[in-house]
Write a protein of this length. Structure first.
Lengths: 303, 309
């Protein structure tokens, strides 16, 4: 270390020079985790201006409202007989019920991905012990983690609230043990698909507005196309496999299978042969395609 | 500390569909402050990309700090810092956040990265501005931030791509002073530039490339050759000296403050000494004028092209 001091009167200016670093040093795993943390901070607006924090935390409030209302009604009607109590939302319905999450993906995924390319930060990142695979894993992981958290926290509020306003918290807990694995599994399926689609589309452009509009557009177009082809007769057992082109509904079909063990009779897949299996296949194909697009986009050479 | 060569490049060729960026480049470079010199398009940036393992060579082999880049690019990148020429900073974040994040990306624990970010930003003269968004920085401050992110991981070697690009004269001098200081910290520097004055000012070794070929590589001092011209400062009596030298058949030109005398061998130097003594002129300075790196580059590049054709 170079350390010199020059003094003038009572003050002194110190040149602290340069201190080499000889502490512990991580490799790829540490770099990937650092990028994951930085992406989560960016997505949540942490260490950024208050404006950047508004959207994510307003969204968290919005998706938690149904749980709070449901628990509130449960509290008000706690002295009523069980048959008279009102339940406005079930755990199954609450998985992916809010399209606000979709808006969140369209807002946050481009914000986490596009500036790296637009502001040409990628060469700095890949000059570190980091590969394209690590970059994709960190970005996908960050977006998926936030979607998971924003879907899971309201479920926790709902579960704990319902437990507390029930006649016996212990009985409620033991009577609903199955949702303790069904909810996380269904949310993982939802988070993974939304994150892959959002990040893959964002990786194809360096303009946030284009990426956001494309994400919303893809979900809207596939949703409308599926709706038109399937029609309204699916509740009478006349569902169609065309419903699988609705990317937004794909994880919800699997959610139904997780919670019910079969396709929901109220879903557009009602009455189709092997609907659940095909939903899983299409889901896997979409995720696989998205990951391939990402890996090709960030392959480690010739960047 | 490892004392092996900094870079060992053997038969390096990088061919793109339309152009050969590097053509059978072989060079061994010692540790220290190294200038990588060449005109625009000479292959400097391609060389950096290959050193970082961000591009595959078409042929050849590169060792950085004793590690083969093709075999272990991650280990190489762990030892390098990189400051690109172009804008590359997230403008909506503060310098402290950016530098500490890049410290973590270099493998430092979060707390150490924050501490080093603070120290390095202080070192590059951004201690007061480190909590301001980079979008509000001047070009000079952005260049310093780019240098800080390259240093935060405590690299063995820093690759600087045109570090003085876009800077005003004062900013350029300050940046070069910073680069020169890195050598005293035991950090080797490979500075790509087309500004030979920058290299001559701070680098102790120069690698010159032209159109992807090696022109010359050597210690800066050894490349600066004598021009056969001696510069003499005799105060305001330069005209008397010129006249005196003409009487002994020596060519001399009086400039603003000095006289430039063409010498051909030691006997001319003896004659010059005698003329000054006979005329009773004050001798304030007498130096042998060296070639500039520009002259060396132009001459050697011409020779290389001629040899190739």
């Amino acid at each position: 270390m170079t350390a010199t001091a020059t003094s003038s009167g009572s003050g002194a200016v110190y040149d602290r020079g340069y201190r080499p670093y000889d502490g512990p040093r991580g490799q790829r795993g540490a770099a990937t985790f650092a990028l994951y943390k930085a992406s989560i901070r960016r997505a949540l607006g942490l260490r950024r201006s208050w404006r950047q924090k508004v959207a994510p935390f307003v969204l968290l409030g919005v998706v938690t409202i149904p749980a709070i209302v449901n628990v509130g009604i449960g509290y008000v009607t706690r002295d009523q007989p069980l048959s008279d109590r009102i339940e406005i939302i079930t755990y199954r319905d609450y998985v992916g019920v809010s399209s606000a999450l979709l808006l969140f993906v369209a807002l946050v995924a481009p914000d986490v991905i596009c500036p790296d390319r637009r502001q040409r930060v990628l060469p700095l990142m890949f000059a570190r012990p980091l590969t394209g695979v690590d970059y994709v894993a960190a970005k996908l992981g960050a977006i998926a983690s936030i979607i998971f958290a924003f879907s899971f926290l309201p479920q926790v509020v709902l579960f704990v609230g319902n437990m507390l306003v029930s006649d016996s918290a212990y009985d409620y807990f033991t009577g609903h043990l199955d949702v303790l694995w069904k909810i996380p599994l269904a949310i993982v399926l939802l988070s993974l698909l939304d994150a892959v689609v959002g990040v893959a589309i964002s990786a194809l452009t360096d303009r946030r507005i284009v990426a956001g509009a494309s994400i919303i557009g893809l979900f809207l177009v596939t949703s409308i196309a599926a709706g038109v082809i399937v029609g309204e007769d699916f509740r009478r057992g006349r569902g169609s496999l065309a419903a699988l082109i609705n990317i937004y509904r794909l994880p919800l079909f699997l959610r139904d299978v997780v919670f019910l063990g079969h396709v929901d009779p109220e879903s557009p897949l009602n009455g189709t042969a092997n609907g659940a299996l095909l939903a899983a296949v299409v889901y896997a194909a979409v995720v696989f395609t998205g990951v391939v697009v990402l890996l090709r986009r960030y392959r480690w050479v010739e960047r | 500390m490892d004392t092996g060569p900094l870079l060992r490049i053997a038969g390096l060729t990088k061919r793109y569909p339309d152009v050969i960026a590097l053509d059978d480049l072989s060079v061994e470079v010692p540790r220290g402050l190294i200038g990588l010199v060449g005109a625009n398009g000479a292959g400097k940036t391609t060389t950096f990309r290959l050193l970082l393992g961000l591009a595959h060579p078409t042929q050849g082999r590169i060792e950085v700090c004793g590690i083969d880049v093709a075999e272990d690019p991650i280990a190489v990148r762990s030892r390098l810092g990189f400051m690109p020429e172009h804008d590359c900073l997230p403008l909506d974040q503060t310098a402290a956040d950016v530098v500490s994040t890049f410290g973590e990306l270099s493998g430092l624990p979060a707390r150490a990265a924050r501490q080093r970010a603070s120290d390095i930003l202080d070192l590059v003269g951004l201690d007061e501005a480190r909590f301001r968004p980079i979008g509000g920085f001047s070009t000079g401050m952005r260049q310093r931030t780019k240098l800080a992110q390259a240093l935060v991981g405590d690299p063995e070697l820093v690759l600087l791509d045109e570090p003085t690009a876009g800077l005003d004269p004062l900013g350029r001098e300050e940046m070069l002073a910073l680069v020169a200081r890195l050598g005293t910290f035991g950090i080797s520097v490979l500075m790509a530039t087309h500004l030979l004055d920058d290299v001559q000012q701070v680098c102790d070794h120069v690698v010159m490339i032209d159109a992807g070929k090696l022109v010359v590589s050597g210690a800066t001092d050894s490349l600066l050759e004598r021009t056969g011209i001696v510069t003499v400062d005799v105060g305001h009596r330069g005209a008397e000296l010129v006249a005196g030298l003409e009487r002994v058949s020596m060519a001399a030109v009086a400039g603003d403050d000095v006289v430039e005398v063409t010498v051909d061998g030691d006997h001319h130097l003896d004659q010059l000494r005698d003329v000054i003594a006979d005329l009773g002129l004050p001798l304030y300075r007498l130096t042998s004028r060296l070639t500039s790196l520009d002259e060396v580059f132009l001459r050697r590049a011409d020779e290389t092209r001629a040899a190739a054709s």
